[in-house]
Design a protein around this ligand. Sequence first.
Ligand code: AGP
Length: 610
Amino acid sequence: MCGIVGYTGPRPAVGLMLDGLRRLEYRGYDSAGLAVVEDGRIELRRAAGRIAALEQALGSERPTGTTGIAHTRWATHGAPTEINAHPHTDCGDTLALVHNGIIENASALRTALAQRGHVFRSETDTEVLVHLIEDLYARDGTLADAVAAALRQVEGTYGIAVIATREPDTIVAARHGSPLLVGIGNGENFVASDASAVLAHTRSVVYLDDGEIAVITPRDHRIIDLRSVEKAKAITHVEWDLATIERGGYAHFMLKEIMEQPESVRNTLRGRLLEEDGAVHLGGLNLSDEELLQIDRIVITGCGTSWHAGLIGEYMMEELARLPTEVEYASEFRYRNPIVDERTLVVGISQSGETADTLAALREAKRRGARTLGLVNVVGSTIAREVDGGIYLHAGPEIGVASTKAFTSQIAALALLTLQMGRLRSLSILQGRQVVRALAGLPDLVERVLARAPEIERLAGRLADASNVLYLGRGYNFPVALEGALKLKEISYVHAEGYPAAEMKHGPIALIDELMPVVFVAPQDAVYQKILSNVEEVKARGGRVIAIVTEGDTNVARLADHVIEIPETLDLLTPVLSVIPLQLLAYYIAVRRGTDVDQPRNLAKSVTVE
Ligand code: AGP
């Protein structure tokens, strides 16, 4: 949600932290701030708005301290103002703290601390932490001990970093629920919410787990638990390099990531297709064929775009693996009394691997004895480290808040998992080979769809003034209609709804008039004839039809006002192709409407609070 970066070493911290914050801005961007220890004082600078506003507040006279912490915020408690921006300091301005997460018992702690004379300056839950640490930071104690003692009283989620004037080159960081890592440098060290903030300086990181505290100085890092017991932690080498998290000449990360899809889908499939056997090789499942054969039910869970991918997985699993499959919103699944057992496979889909609801749903499933798998893009993320096994998407870093290439890679990964489960059951080697060949040919077909970007940009020009848009699909492409509507909503702020096309008659058809653009996802698949009549229903009421059709289609094309053609492939894989025109349509409409495509209002890339 929020982004945290910290530095301690020989170099001035401010510039380094600003660079790191810019790379984390997609995590939250409604206010920002930083603090450094300088000449025995805390130098604090904060501003409402983007990192650019903080740079302005810093002006030319920047503090020169070499130990500091910084933060970019996604507000949960307290409006996005300068006073609520992080870092927060204690009564004596001898401590500064940044936080990502929610302190659930903040008001009780606040009341108790206020009774002990602490003065609060903001509306945030976070400020409670710095006063609690101040309260416990005994004259002869260490900052690490005070932080550990404070966190033993805290309920909720947090990733925090703290500095103190009494230990000028030390940063104490801790994690429970929100991602945090230590970046290991040469004579300098970093702390950050994710690796993108430190990649310019190091690719050696230590991922913190829940309940861990890191004590960092320029020459050393120690990991302890809340009882101050030392913990041995492995250093992980991050594969991604700086170039992969740059915009690479594109106007927006979202467009870059849309255009990367031939390569990202290719990377998801790389080394996993066994054409001869009509099967797949999934090295990370961590479940033997015998264990997979024990599975008699699949529950797929996730949020947002990942939940949409799950719906497509459900269709695939039931059609090709003949396994009963359900798809659950993670936020509902975790609080419902779900029926799962050791023969249930719970698959959590998450690009970031940090989404709080999906993580909690997987923990709930595990608690009840289910096997858990993660379809995750971010290597080393919490979900990836906590599930029994999984499939990494290898789609590369996805910076744009609106998920695009992760979605098509999620569908490809679900097809791989379906082949794995299907070939262990009723799917024949010939059927398997057909799917494997179609998967292998997918990246080239994606390339062909992307070549239509100019015509989609022109079409966007005709839709940019719409205030409502309806997306309709059937079968495998019903979830694509949902995804198309979500993309338009989240980056262009135009109201849009996705619906199963046949549901129209049961209410939404009342919305149809010449002002309501209706986007049909209508490739020539098993339900093509059915959706054709749905197109006729809309045309009969004067609706404006835009249709995604199979190359050479004439039936829908005859009825529609605009068509975008996609190549033919197997029904279960059409969503990988049919969603791309919808991603581009949303992108070009948003660009025309002048919204902030990569960092749309009110959103954040990974939602680490519930
Ligand atoms: C999609 O464009 C959104 N950014 C959002 O719905 C996202 O899919 C959702 O928050 C889930 O994120 P995850 O895949 O990282 O868990």
